[in-house]
Design a protein around this ligand. Structure first.
Ligand code: PLP
Length: 413
């Protein structure tokens, strides 16, 4: 069995099968490029988290799907029916979640560089919780509040615990600076947290939660730092409570990833849930619910992008499989983040003796438009279908029309 095989993608007769269907037949039927998402895989991920939370914590749990990972309507409906919650980051995401059937009470809006228009839009929705990203955001909130005189809008505070972790400096969302020196814009620093709770209440808001999100794409070796951040959040929650602000929920954010790479051990999600549940129980704080915000974990490996090989080109000794899609329009992660890796499989001939070092080149006018560089795989031929794996998260949602190319069709099977 290949390291990347799951109950969603598997090899049979040396061909790739997606959710029990022949990948090449799906490509033939729906055309390429094509995103294919798997319902059962998403539900399996959800159930795994739900079970772990039920097993380890006596508190009700909120699995808030970070819909920025993939806001496909069918995926949202699936999770809504399972009792999921939503982490939304723009008014349009909030609206999309409401349309998919999520009640406002199950939506947390976490904005950054929030505008007056954003605040007006979300204050108008009864029951929604607004997660405050900056002490300074309260100035805008106090300006808008008189437009909603009789409302005690529910708010929580996104604090920045001073440490963060992600697979790439651009997706580390806590700490002072990222490893490439970028100042980190998210959250309220510890010394300002109590002041934000106090001012929010004074302005007529209802403080109900404390939140952190460290970054995205954790692997096993990140567990130590993540545990330290859990401890920090729990300590801060105790301080908030002591200062007279009882907390309805503690939100630990997202960040734990599926397996993108053979040589990176997957983050121990169940141990993490056990750890955070235990930390909250031991701290003796009176929170009524725990929340997590999985994006990648929920949908990352539940999606595949199928591409057709148009021709194979040789130039200066390099071999290119020239495909009918471009990274920016389909799977932009490798073009945006140097460290982003997506396994690529020839769906028509998974294994083959005549292996070559193939660069899978997209159809955009950009040197960085490669899905994979010098991958060892059987030499493709024109008409083959290549499958880019782990394409469920931050692919369609980050895709653009660069070069005026269309964004592919999506199917949920
Ligand atoms: C506030 C917040 N929560 C959750 C997530 C989801 O992260 P991931 O997809 O790594 O689980 C993100 C991602 O950027 C985020 O910004």
């Amino acid at each position: 069995m290949n390291w990347w095989e799951t109950d969603f993608v598997a090899v049979r007769d040396n061909k790739l099968w997606i959710a029990g269907r022949d990948a090449a037949a799906l490509a033939e039927r729906y055309g390429t490029p094509l995103y294919v998402y798997g319902k059962d895989r998403i539900l399996e991920r959800y159930a795994r988290l739900d079970d772990a939370l039920a097993r380890h914590s006596a508190l009700p749990a909120r699995i808030c799907y970070a819909m920025k990972a993939n806001p496909h309507r069918g995926i949202l409906r699936l999770l809504q029916r399972r009792g999921g919650w939503i982490d939304a980051v723009s008014p349009c995401e909030v609206e999309t979640a409401l349309k998919a059937g999520f009640p406002a009470e199950r939506i947390l809006f976490t904005g950054t560089s929030v505008s007056r228009a954003d605040l007006r839009a979300v204050f108008a929705i009864d029951g929604l919780t607004v997660n405050i990203d900056a002490a300074e955001q309260l100035d805008l909130m106090s300006e808008i509040k008189p437009e909603f005189p009789s409302k005690a809008v529910r708010v929580s505070v996104r604090w920045n615990p001073g440490i963060g972790r992600g697979f790439n400096p651009r997706v580390v969302t806590a700490g002072k600076r990222s490893s490439d020196g970028t100042p980190i814009k998210f959250g309220v620093e510890p010394k300002k947290v109590i002041g934000v709770f106090a001012r929010a209440r004074k302005l007529g808001f209802r403080p109900v939660g404390l939140h952190q999100h460290l970054g995205s794409g954790w692997v096993r070796e990140d567990f130590g730092l993540v545990r330290a951040a859990v401890d920090r959040l729990v300590r801060q929650a105790r301080e908030v409570e002591k200062a007279g602000f009882p907390l309805e929920f503690l939100d630990f954010g997202g960040g734990f990833g599926p397996r993108y790479l053979k040589n990176r051990a997957v983050f121990p999600v169940e141990d993490y849930i056990a750890y955070l549940s235990d930390a909250v129980a031991k701290a003796g704080i009176a929170v009524k619910a725990l929340a997590i915000e999985p994006g990648k974990y929920m949908v990352g490996d539940a999606g595949v992008l199928l591409l057709g090989v148009e021709y194979v080109k040789e130039s200066y000794g390099n071999i290119f499989a020239c495909v009918d899609g471009g990274t920016f329009n389909t799977v932009p992660r490798p073009a945006i983040y140097l460290q982003a890796h997506h396994e690529i499989v020839n769906a028509c001939r998974v294994e083959g003796t005549a292996k070559a070092r193939i660069t899978v080149a997209g159809n955009l006018c950009e040197t960085g438009d490669v899905f994979g560089r010098e991958r060892s795989m059987p030499l493709p031929i024109s008409g083959d279908i290549l499958a880019v794996l782990c394409a469920g998260a931050y692919c369609r949602s980050m895709a653009s029309n660069f070069n005026l190319r269309e964004i592919p069709r999506e199917i949920l099977i």
